[in-house]
Design a protein around this ligand. Sequence first.
Ligand SMILES: *Cc1c(COP(=O)(O)O)cnc(C)c1O
Ligand SMILES: [Zn+2]
Length: 411
Amino acid sequence: MAFVDGLRCRECGREYAADPIYTCEWCFGPLEVAYDYEAITKATSREKIAAGPASLWRYADLLPVERNAAVDLGTGFTPLVRADRLAAELGLGEVWVKNDTRNPTNSFKDRVVTIAMSKALEFGFKVLACASTGNLANSVAAHAAHAGLRSYVFVPSNLEQGKIVTTAVYGGNLVAIEGNYDDVNRLCAELAGMYPWAFVNVNMRPYYAEGSKTLAFETAEQLGWQAPDHVVVPAASGSLLTKVLKGFHELHQVGLLDGDADVRVSGAQALGCSPIATAYLDESDTIRPVKPDTIAKSLAIGNPADGYFALEAVRTTGGGFAAVSDGEIVEGMRLLARTEGIFAETAGGVTIATLQRLAAEGVVRADERVVVYITGHGLKTLDAVVSVAGPTATIKPTLDAFHEAFDIEEQ
Ligand SMILES: *Cc1c(COP(=O)(O)O)cnc(C)c1O
Ligand SMILES: [Zn+2]
């Protein structure tokens, strides 16, 4: 049983039934799931969660889905890795990496898709669809295949080959659009009004977005039911960042947290697509749309739907924002790989480079317990590092050749 009261407008507060709708008829504001927190507080407990599956479905009491309708590839409960070597390089104290490359299709998008898709089945939809910057396409195609449903996924045609192949292989319809994500998204909004399809991030968006909260739930549980002091979160539409903060607040509200939910939230964007970071750094409330030009394609949303809410989350919690260059992104990917043995995609490079920048600026401090969210796997964006990651030496198969190339001293 889901403890959902309905949907509520984030702008004017008007309430709606929990239907496949996403904007307020009154003010056109975005709708969000509203819960009965008193009922959740009574129903849930740490013990019940611990006895649940080793996936995000252990938090079913805090999710908007009837549990048995779940389309599940085993998403979530990914490792939270203590990153002492990374921390030392950056002059920080306690740093943890939430390694969400370890999901079924190797990005955090499996979290939002498993929720949206399960909800879509409850509503009786037969076709799954999405507008994607890459990772969402992977995940929707895989989940649709698993459930035996038809899918239409729409992506910008300039996507990395890694993401095209890892979507197409699941056999749904992959539509490459000659345009950027914002063009793709506009077309999908039109199609969503025309066909009875579940667009996971359009008409399913209120439910979809709830999946991101589980990154906060898991982090807290893995830290012994405590919120960290500071989290660094990559931002495309800004939904993930907003919902991570909501997740910590909900845990506090239903009594699952030791201490408070006083977590500072910092945001990470690529310089080539930094509408939210720019508004933050300019101390402006206006998020000006941009034309993306960055290797961090999974974050390349020029007109971010949740940008304002992400900005507010960072401001109200006293976090920071950075916009990092493509060069810094590649260095960030290499730094994480070299210090912690975790290979992240370009979005992870954005997050690590932001951590580095904010540490240097004193925004992220050495006395804080910090969690960084690594949201996609490096094999998806090999192009970004092929020119800087190759063999140390290429030699003939002889001892002489080896010794010529390497001056071995230790035994
Ligand atoms: C989609 C995505 C994000 C963040 O997306 P939001 O639209 O801000 O919720 C972060 N990292 C990766 C790798 C993604 O694919
Ligand atoms: Zn409204």
